[in-house]
Design a protein around this ligand. Structure first.
Ligand code: C5P
Length: 296
């Protein structure tokens, strides 16, 4: 095998309920992830050493050992003892530092691609475990669909969903740092207990309408993100005042508006006009988890 091409999805959290920090500093979560059809492509080719190139969005991201894709490759080498190398080319479409788990998708795609390219034969269960050591959102990008996440987001169970969702996404070039948003959450909620639950949302996903799902969207990091970026709060409030189901995606700053597939173009056009300084995308979910597209 010389080359493996994998696509890995970004995500939105339909609910992100956050508790006070655990002794290890991570926050206990009760969350519902939905994979979106915005994919980063990971193209892995046999080579003597490990190297990384990024095209598309995020061309200024580091391509050294601090990049999560290289860390994923090194984790595989360490776990399996392989000394194989690879040249990895990532085509990025998921907004960088946007709260849509783009870096995690790159790590998930790299794990899947190199498991195949290097013929390691690791089972999905093992890839999920290595993914969890790399980052809280990496397992979900492997998993895909809609999932209930516990722990720090890595303990996953599939959620059955009856309808397709369309999302209008508003992204900004100036990303937010996830650790900074969690730190602001701690400052604003010094007495936070365990995370709230997501039972009603998961029930609505299984047997409710898009409107019923929309009414249950919730993100406990939104207050912290709004505190760091007041203009985010103003945009979310204006979209909500227009009667839309709107939520901050993950730790932001991407804003996600839940619509039906039929109305997505019209809503996107309206939001492009209302917020000319943002990039507006349409995405659909639930999408598949990281998957192999081509093997040569
Ligand atoms: O797991 P990941 O590396 O993606 O997390 C990035 C940062 O986000 C962590 O270093 C931590 O500050 C914060 N985080 C958290 N609780 C979580 C997930 C992430 O505090 N459940």
């Amino acid at each position: 095998m010389q080359r493996v091409l994998v696509s890995a999805p970004g995500k939105v959290n339909l609910a992100l309920r956050v508790g006070g920090p655990r002794p290890d500093g991570f926050h206990p979560l009760d969350t519902v992830f939905e994979a979106l059809d915005i994919f980063d492509d990971v193209d892995a080719q046999r080579a003597d050493a490990l190297s990384l190139e990024i095209i598309g969005l995020g061309e200024d991201l580091p391509v050294d050992g601090t990049n999560l894709a290289i860390r994923a490759a090194k984790a595989l080498q360490e776990k399996t003892g392989t000394t194989a190398g690879a040249h990895i080319t990532i085509t990025k479409r998921i907004p960088v530092a946007g709260g849509m788990a783009g870096g995690s998708a790159d790590a998930a795609g790299t794990l899947l691609a190199l498991n195949e390219l290097w013929e390691l034969g690791l089972r999905m269960e093992e890839l999920l475990q290595i993914g969890a050591e790399l980052g809280s959102d990496v397992p979900f990008s492997l998993f895909g669909g809609v999932a209930h996440g516990r722990g720090r987001g890595e303990e996953l169970e599939h959620v059955r969903v009856t309808s397709m969702h369309a999302w209008v996404l508003l992204t900004r070039p100036d990303g937010l740092s996830t650790p900074a948003v969690f730190r602001e959450f701690d400052r604003l909620h010094p007495d936070a207990g365990g995370p709230a639950d997501t039972v009603a949302l998961r029930r609505a996903l299984s047997d409710g309408t898009v409107d019923e799902v929309g009414a249950l969207l919730a993100n406990d990091l939104a207050v912290a993100a709004r505190s760091l970026r007041p203009e985010l709060g103003a945009a979310i409030d204006a979209i909500a005042a227009g009667g839309r189901h709107v939520i901050l995606s993950g730790s932001g700053p991407t804003i996600a508006v839940l619509v039906t597939p039929e109305e997505s173009q019209e809503v996107a056009a309206q939001l492009r006009a209302d917020f000319p300084d943002t990039q507006v995308y349409i995405a659909h979910g639930p999408a598949a988890g990281a998957h192999i597209r081509t093997v040569e």
